[in-house]
Design a protein around this ligand. Structure first.
Ligand SMILES: [Zn+2]
Length: 110
């Protein structure tokens, strides 16, 4: 299992724990779990966007995301690399490498 799969699973587990326990947790516990979810999201984002050049328009580091969609009742996962500041600058690929390579050649998804 690669790093991205591992991070995605940890993130899912942390989010499940948050949902399952949100009413039982103290403010401190909720804050800590929230912070670890945020940290995992940042790590996952950097791992997915690894190798992507800074945004050509605003020079910000792009973020990476795993998205899922349902096509003909089949759950599919794809990767997205995009700039938070420039909403029209984003690419999608079936692998993170594809999304990064499209990003680096400026082939934005419509
Ligand atoms: Zn930008």
């Amino acid at each position: 299992m690669d790093n991205i799969e591992k991070l995605a699973m940890e993130l899912e587990k942390a989010r499940d724990a948050y949902r399952a326990n949100s009413e039982k947790m103290t403010v401190k516990e909720a804050g800590e779990l929230g912070a670890s979810i945020k940290a995992l999201m940042d790590q996952l984002s950097r791992a997915i966007a690894s190798g992507a050049a800074p945004c050509p328009s605003c020079k910000a580091a792009p973020i990476g995301m795993v998205q899922s969609t349902t096509v003909k009742r089949v759950q599919m996962r794809y990767f997205e690399v995009g700039c938070l500041g420039c909403r029209d600058h984003r690419t999608q690929g079936m692998s993170r490498e594809e999304a990064v390579s499209l990003w680096n050649s400026g082939k934005w998804a419509s």
